[in-house]
Every structure is written in structure tokens, then in C-alpha cells.
Design a protein around this ligand. Structure first.
Ligand code: UTP
Length: 473
């Protein structure tokens, strides 16, 4: 204990031991274990670089917009490539070469929901949770491609138990539990503005998940990469837990990644305005990178092409395909150096009297790494344009932009368009919005092809406009 105290004193962090004398030995072991995991020399550096100072993002002088494969192929050659890619993607799915990965380790602070975000009841009619919606999509994809998919879910130490209990209680929503793998990401200690480690409790540091960049090392440390290898998985279909619109597996995207021999690929959306809160796909030194919206200089954000479109138009919805071998290579030594990003947050802590303090304003810094920083470490990357209305409706807040409200509206709208595309008449209000709330179960429909056969089989030509809700299952 004396040597630990000396080490902490040397690094000006001895305050974390101020309650240890009053704890029984069993209780203090958690804190001692957490402290043993920390590299205090590295921590000193991080505190100096990210807490005491706010690092300025250095924008490379040669920054250019990233090229991308457009949503609609503009030449016959490209059209042929897209057809081949979609066919290749389906083949890879049928051969069991693709695993699904959802990152669900975040704390969802903006949503203000007191449970793992994936358990949030999101769908417009049935209020299915995000997890249920994905589970049913994974189940349907498994049936469609005649090959059960394995679904990896990354949690954090803070929500792992609750997440697993949720799935158990709901009998994995019909999925085979053997093909559902939960793994936990790492944590980083939260630090106050004086550079001191905070305590969440007398016997625990205030720890926060280490960002979605933590996925890569967590895949290795948890043994998931080994399992993928022995299952014959080549590609990982990666998405975030708060975007129910995403295709859990997208044959075109997977196939293109394969045909182009990409290490890490990304979907992109056309930004609606210069400062939209999406990361920007850029190129510097021939490497693909994402520059956060807050870091892109104003003159670049506003720059326009001759036709008036934004020069830096490509925004990131955080949907990727990763090659298993690329992740394996990156994490070979059991280490991976991605840059840290500083997030100013309200961090609950206990004060000198041992009382819990719930701050009203940000009182410290959490350090996170971001998965998109791995793009710069890849030899081959590609970006494919997606239709926002079909693929992206993140749930970050209760109301307003990127909210529960906007997500439900977009789910309804996508369902309406999907039905209209296959010839179903959907009642619309004078403002053009669907006049009924429409929910379609992913157990029946995950794409337009499914919608067509479903509506034909059920003989659906028109939706009843006299009801409030329509649920198709
Ligand atoms: P966000 O950056 O939106 O964070 O995560 P969040 O924790 O969900 O929400 P706020 O910022 O506290 O309101 C985007 C995705 O990355 C996952 C989240 O679960 C979400 O799917 N994520 C984020 C992790 O898995 N681990 C992390 O450490 C951070």
C-alpha cells in the first residue's frame, strides 16, 4: 500500500486513496485493482495534453474532399460494378463470411434515459426497442441469405450486465444465443479540470468507456477476433446502436468492399448544410480521414463547387465494413494507438466528505478514441454514398434534431416510401407526410425486395386511411 501511495503522490493523485483507511479490505480491492491497471506516466502526458490544454486539431495543408462511389452509378461500367458487388455481397452472406457488430457501450447522456440506449423503445407503433429492431433484422437477414449471422454487441463495464439481462429476459428476440456475442470495451478514468482523477464512490474511480475506437482492441482482447477467424468470417458489418434505419447487412456495400479489396470502408451521406454535425470525409497525403464538423475550418466548410454543391459534401453516418484481417493486423501486439479526443462532460463524483455530487455543468474531461481514426491506418479504403432517408436516423436526444421524435418520423416515412415503391397506395396528409403511423416488422421486411414479396403474398394494394396505426408483420 505504501508503494502505491508513493506512486500516486509522485503523480499528484494521492487523493484517490483518501477513503481507503475507512474501507474494509474487500471493499478497497476494487479501487486498488483499477489503479493497478493505469499507466501513470502516460496519464500525466494525457492530462497535460488534453485536460490542462485543449489540443488544437492541426488541419493538413493538402486537405481535399474524399472521392466516393455515388449513390447512383453514373456510367454503364459503374452500373455493372454495382450489380456485381451486390451479387458478391449476397454470396459472402450466404457463405457465412460476414459478422454483424453493434457498438452499444456509450452512456447516452444526451438522451437522458436511465438504461442502456439499445433498450430504448423506439418504433412508432409497437415501441420495440432498438435492440429488438436490430435483432429481428439480423434474424430476417439470416433467413434471407440462408445462413445464420453471428451478432457481436459491444457493451461497456457500465452497461454490460443490464444489456445481457435485457436479451435474456426477452429470449434473445428469437435469435440463437450461441450466435450472440457480448464483449466489453475498455474504460478511461474521468479527470477534473485540475487534472485530478475523480472518484465515483469511496472504492471506485469515476470510469468512462474509452470511445467507439475502443472496439478494435476490445475485439482482440475478448477473443472475438479468434472466434471470427475460426467461423470463417472475413468482414465485419459495423454500426451504432442508435441508428435503427441502418441495413444490418448491406450486400452492395459488403460486395464493393470485397471487390475493391478494401481494409476499411465507410458509407457517406450528402451533407445538408456546411456545418451539419457529421464528420467530414477528407483526403490528406493520399489517406482517407474524417475531420469532425467542429474542426473543419469555416472557409473549407463553406467552399462550393462550380455547380453550387458543397465541396466537402461527404458526411459520416458511422457505418463501416472492416476486414477482420485489418483489425487483427492493427491490434497485433495487443496494443493500438489511436489519437484521443477530449470531451467536456458532467461527471458525477464524491467530494471530500464522501458525498455524491451531480454537477449541473461540465466539471471535467473524458477521453475517447474514435473508430474512424483507423481509416488513416488502412492501406485501402473506400467510401460509398448512401441515401440518408433510407439509412440514417440517429437517436441522440429526446426532441429536435437527431431525436426520438425525428427518428420515429423517419421510420414511418421510410416504411411509406418502401410500400409506395412496390405499388401500395399510402394515404398522405396535405403536408405530404404519411397520414397513418406505419410500422413494418423487420421479421418480414428488411428491404424493397422483401416488401414486394410481402405485399404480393398478403395482397396489400392500399393502406386503410381511417386508422391511426398500421402494423405489418
Ligand atoms: P455517441 O458518441 O453518440 O455517444 O455514440 P453516446 O454515449 O451514445 O451518447 P452521448 O454522447 O453520451 O449522448 C455513438 C455510438 O458509439 C457507441 C454508442 O453506444 C453509440 O452506438 N459508443 C460510444 C460506444 O460503444 N462506446 C463508447 O465509448 C462511446
Amino acid at each position: 500500500m505504501q508503494s502505491l501511495y508513493d506512486l500516486l503522490k509522485k503523480h499528484h493523485q494521492e487523493q484517490v486513496l483518501r477513503f481507503v483507511d475507512k474501507l474494509n479490505p474487500g471493499k478497497s480491492s476494487e479501487l486498488l485493482h483499477q489503479l493497478e491497471q493505469l499507466d501513470f506516466d502516460e496519464l500525466d502526458q494525457l492530462i497535460d495534453e488534453y485536460v490542462k490544454h485543449s489540443p488544437e486539431m492541426k488541419i493538413p495543408a493538402d486537405l481535399e474532399p474524399a472521392p466516393f462511389f455515388p449513390l447512383k452509378p453514373e456510367t454503364a461500367g459503374r452500373e455493372e460494378l454495382y450489380l456485381q458487388a451486390a451479387a458478391r455481397g449476397r454470396e459472402l452472406l450466404q457463405d457465412g463470411r460476414v459478422a454483424v457488430l453493434t457498438v452499444a457501450g456509450g452512456q447516452g447522456t444526451r438522451l437522458g434515459f436511465d438504461a442502456p440506449k439499445g433498450t430504448y423503445p423506439i418504433t412508432p407503433v409497437k415501441r420495440k426497442s432498438l435492440f429488438q429492431y436490430f435483432a429481428e433484422s439480423v434474424l430476417r437477414a439470416g433467413t434471407k441469405y440462408d445462413r445464420e449471422l453471428t451478432w457481436y454487441i459491444m457493451t461497456s463495464k457500465l452497461n454490460n450486465e443490464e444489456t445481457q439481462e435485457f436479451f435474456e429476459k426477452n429470449r434473445y428476440f428469437g435469435l440463437n444465443p450461441e450466435n450472440m456475442i457480448f464483449f466489453t470495451q475498455g474504460t478511461m478514468p474521468a479527470i477534473d479540470y485540475d487534472g485530478k482523477l475523480l472518484l465515483a464512490d469511496r472504492n471506485s474511480l469515476a470510469l468512462a468507456p474509452d470511445g467507439h475506437g475502443g472496439t478494435l482492441l476490445a475485439l482482440r482482447r475478448s477473443g472475438c477476433l479468434d472466434r471470427m477467424k475460426s467461423d470463417g468470417v472475413k468482414y465485419i458489418s459495423y454500426f451504432q446502436v442508435d441508428n435503427p434505419l441502418v441495413s444490418v447487412v448491406n450486400p452492395l456495400f459488403i460486395g464493393l468492399h470485397d471487390l475493391e479489396e478494401s481494409d476499411m470502408s465507410a458509407l457517406m451521406l450528402a451533407k445538408t448544410e456546411p456545418f451539419e454535425k457529421l464528420g467530414n470525409f477528407c483526403i490528406s497525403n493520399n489517406k482517407l480521414m474524417i475531420i469532425e464538423y467542429s474542426d473543419l475550418p469555416e472557409h473549407l466548410a463553406r467552399a462550393r463547387n462550380a455547380d453550387g454543391s458543397l465541396k466537402f459534401i461527404a458526411g459520416s453516418p458511422a457505418i463501416h465494413i472492416l476486414s477482420r484481417e485489418f483489425v487483427s493486423e492493427l491490434t497485433r501486439e495487443g496494443r493500438l494507438k489511436l489519437p484521443w479526443h477530449r470531451a467536456d462532460k458532467k461527471i458525477n463524483f464524491i467530494n471530500d466528505r464522501g458525498e455524491l455530487v451531480i454537477p449541473a455543468e461540465p466539471n471535467g474531461v473524458k477521453l475517447e478514441s474514435f473508430i474512424f481514426d483507423a481509416l488513416q491506418l488502412a492501406d485501402k479504403t473506400l467510401v460509398l454514398e448512401a441515401d440518408r432517408a433510407e439509412q440514417f436516423a440517429p437517436v441522440k436526444n429526446q426532441t429536435g434534431i437527431d431525436s426520438v421524435e425525428s427518428c420515429r418520423e423517419m421510420l414511418i416515412e421510410r416504411n411509406a416510401r418502401r410500400l409506395e415503391r412496390v405499388g401500395v397506395k399510402v394515404p398522405r396528409a396535405p403536408d405530404g407526410k404519411p397520414a397513418v403511423k406505419i410500422e413494418i416488422s423487420p421479421l418480414a421486411v428488411i428491404d424493397d425486395e422483401d416488401a414486394r414479396s410481402y405485399c404480393q403474398a398478403k395482397n396489400i394494394c392500399e393502406l386503410d386511411s381511417s386508422v391511426d396505426n398500421v402494423y405489418l408483420t
